[in-house]
Write a new protein. Structure first.
Length: 210
């Protein structure tokens, strides 16, 4: 059975709170698609983390990381996903404001649906090789040497996914609560540009293996 569960909970919570691609994507999803879309993205991200954990428990992540070519392919794909998100976000931020925005009305989110958000979340998560590195290098440190290692590792993966999902639910709720502020033309455009730049930089860094 897993050991040091409190330490693992703290570790995964702090990891989820770190600013990065995940938070940038969540901000984009809340502002562009609303909470329903963002929740789909959270569910997709959690599924991706669980799949990484199962792969690590089965030894697949170790094989992947041992193959420079396979790792490079996954890394580049993950970078492409982030860069694409960054470009789309920058383009959306540069579009002229609508008449409703000119009057000071908040920009309504266009609900793209739970499924669309889910696909985005799982694609971003599986395209992030750093999640695989965490799964294969950190998760085993919290598993006891005795007992069903595969089941224990998978259970820890479930906890990791759940903790991350809880943080993102809180984070997106806070973003939504501040929507009246962040959807003002100047603030929305600035936030969109900043989010787009962050995604672009992270995408390039991931693709380059930085």
């Amino acid at each position: 059975m897993p050991s040091h569960l409190p330490a693992f909970l703290i570790t995964t919570w702090l990891l989820a709170m770190l600013p990065g691609a995940g938070q940038a994507v969540m901000i984009r999803q809340v502002l562009a698609g609303g909470l329903r879309t963002a929740r789909g993205t959270i569910a997709g991200n959690a599924t991706g983390l669980l799949l990484w954990s199962v792969a690590a428990a089965a030894g697949l992540s170790a094989v992947l990381l041992a193959s420079p070519r396979a790792y490079a392919v996954i890394r580049i794909l993950g970078g492409v996903v982030l860069v694409t998100l960054g470009v789309r976000t920058l383009l959306a931020a540069r579009r002229p404001a609508s008449a409703a925005v000119d009057c000071g009305s908040p920009v309504p989110a266009v609900d793209t649906g739970f499924r669309s958000g889910y696909a985005m979340g799982i694609g971003t998560s599986l395209g992030n090789p750093k999640a695989g590195v965490f799964a294969v290098s950190v998760l085993p440190q919290f598993v006891t040497a005795s007992g069903p290692v595969f089941l224990s590792s998978t259970a820890l993966g479930g906890v990791w996914a759940l903790v991350t999902a809880c943080w993102y639910l809180l984070f997106t709720w806070l973003v939504q609560r501040g929507r009246a502020l962040v959807t003002r033309p100047a603030v929305s455009r600035g936030l969109g540009l900043a989010t787009g730049v962050v995604l672009l930089v992270l995408g390039v860094a991931v693709a380059a293996g930085a």
